[in-house]
Design a protein around this ligand. Sequence first.
Ligand SMILES: [Mg+2]
Length: 325
Amino acid sequence: MDEFERIAKLYAPLAAGFEGALGLKDDAAVISMAPGEDLVVTADALVAEVHFLPEDAPGLIARKALRCNLSDLAAKGATPFAYLQTTALPREWGDDWLGEYAAGLALDQREFGVHLIGGDSTETPGPATISITAFGRVAQSTAIRRAGAGVGDRVFVSGTLGDAALGLMAIYGRIAGLMAPDRAFLVDRYRLPQPRVSLGPRLVGIARSAVDVSDGAVADLGHVCEVSGVGAVLDFGRVPLSAAAAAALGRSADLLAPILTGGDDYEILFTAPPACAGAIAAIAQEIGIPITEIGYIIEGHGVQVRDGAGRIVELARTGYRHFRG
Ligand SMILES: [Mg+2]
């Protein structure tokens, strides 16, 4: 297929239903915003050999690329509705690869209610690169920022932490004694993150700051502290773990560091005043996603990790952006 055939066959169907996409037949898309709404925008690029392997399933690559962006919008309290994508792919990847890739996007478009509204595609002699820019809506001036944490806030996180980091280690055979179902669970958490799009918008008016966990819980909480001008205590005894992660940690205490500093969980970590605890518990119940209090904001700077007995835990690394090998 040439570029125009690809657009017509693979991508135009992904734009159907979003009028401003103009059927992907124009130079640009048009986004209408209602009065009193803000547009929230984010972009993420994935590079082969850095963020994914060329032999990974194309549909999973597509979905992970989209989901990383949706997670960023969720952390702002925004509801996603559209995205642009630009791909630079090796010529030999061909139509079958692209067909599976587009099918992955179609699946997630249905799941998350978003549409492709434009972009570009080129060939490259270098590593494949996929860049997605996503758009969300939020009521004017209500988007949740990183720079809002206040002393006395409690720190909360959705879901469970560390699964993706352990999943990546499992792929490389670096965790001993994993049962097959636990391994499958952890690897899936790495390969196909669950952006918390149902949670983000419900935190508007409750969370004073928020971030999605992509660099690791300690690093991402550290980002919030830095821009908010505060410090934090993270109580490891309260960190929510999946059964698979808890079993792995039970066999090897060394996994504490990757659980707290590994990336790619795509949970939402946020701070809120203690008085909001009841409202947060009600949200967790409503959306069926656990939300756990894991620490609190203090004066100062940096993140202290403490164990269940209150002793400070030293971690070798406080986070790494994207890791492989
Ligand atoms: Mg983020």
